[in-house]
Design a protein around this ligand. Sequence first.
Ligand SMILES: Cc1cc2nc3c(=O)[nH]c(=O)nc-3n(C[C@H](O)[C@H](O)[C@H](O)COP(=O)(O)OP(=O)(O)OC[C@H]3O[C@@H](n4cnc5c(N)ncnc54)[C@H](O)[C@@H]3O)c2cc1C
Length: 416
Amino acid sequence: MSGHRDIVIAGGGMVGISLALQLARLMPDETSICLVEGFPFPKVSADGRPEYHPSFDARSTALSYSTRLIYEQMQVWEDLQQWLCPIESIHVSSRGRFGSTLMLAGDYGWPALGYVVENAWLGNTLIQALYRQGRVEVRSPARVVNASPSGDGVRLRLEGDVEDEIEASLLLVADGANSGLRDALGVAVEEKPYRQHALIANIATAQPHRGCAYERFTDEGPLALLPLLPAPGGENRSALVWTLPPERAEHLQACPEDEFLRELQQRYGYRLGRLQQVGDRHSYPLALVQSAEQVRQGVVVMGNAAHALHPVAGQGYNLALRDVAELAAVLSEGVAAGVAPGDLAMLQRYQKRQLPDQERTIGFSDRVPSLFMHSDPVLGLARDMALAGLDILPPLKREFVRYAAGVAELGERASG
Ligand SMILES: Cc1cc2nc3c(=O)[nH]c(=O)nc-3n(C[C@H](O)[C@H](O)[C@H](O)COP(=O)(O)OP(=O)(O)OC[C@H]3O[C@@H](n4cnc5c(N)ncnc54)[C@H](O)[C@@H]3O)c2cc1C
């Protein structure tokens, strides 16, 4: 046995590192915190880009206003700003139908409706902040390969830097949607496959995006083009998230560049002029994955291990970060008052506080693709009217925008 830690975070992806940073800031000094990550944390390579890491790969992430507020508390916002492209407007349309709507940040008195960052640079900023804070013990590359209940906490087996067994008062499971630790602990999982893949790539366009995020619903699935900062050579760039049936995604991932650009142009149109170039293409199978339990004595399941969502509404990480902020607040308050970190009643308090946000956000992310996937003419009409209706009814549109920005959740919390 090689010791005891108060809190062990298993998984140092987007959510695990965010947990480490927020806990390091808020927990009493004597609370020991250890972060275990299977991959080596990437450095910036000779070509000036961070190396590959599964959580900080070629994707881009749309960060909501709620995430900005949490990052400001975590003191990473200032460093991140150089990599962020503000979303000044969102254009939502339906291919071949009449409904469309435009939402402008200025109409709501906000500087931006959200911010887009390439995951590689988000990871780099979070990892730099992790090294800077100097409080969390970081074990990487190392894996937590087993977890079992032990007294009021959990016994963990680690492999990697040194083979080891650790007792933890609290295990935070943040090892992703296919969580091995969730399975090792016998936590059931509910999975609803969408039978769709998300094809992602960066696209160079003839015209600048002017801060506009395009969300376009097509018969095959939703397609988003999110504004990115220009490439080092000055080219206009947007990040594509194209939801497609699996076999179409496979074909479009492998086909020649000119065929890919032709197909995309046909479905997306010419709002950004001619689509000129596509970067590396990657594809992700999509499913709504939900852990049947999120808290047990000595255990909390977090991030994608707790809930992995359809990316159409760009909510997965934003929701997970609100979970992180809430858990850190509940734990720090409880532990400072003498409660053990793994205390079930305290962990249930966290879950009770966060559940309404999770249910609303998961429901929203699940409904949007279903509504827009149906070829049924009645649903098609409902969809068009919903888009047109957002334009006609400003209060409805305001609610939609507040919701997408995560601001509605903050308002609920403040008043609740
Ligand atoms: C195409 C796409 C686009 C998306 N766009 C958005 C968006 O715009 N906005 C948004 O909010 N969300 C978005 N998301 C969702 C977002 O990517 C996820 O919410 C986020 O990646 C979850 O992070 P995580 O840390 O929980 O899991 P992961 O990113 O899967 O990280 C898990 C980590 O755990 C490590 N690990 C695994 N097993 C072990 C072990 N046994 N021991 C130690 N370490 C281990 C892995 O190496 C990895 O680093 C998108 C998702 C997809 C697929």
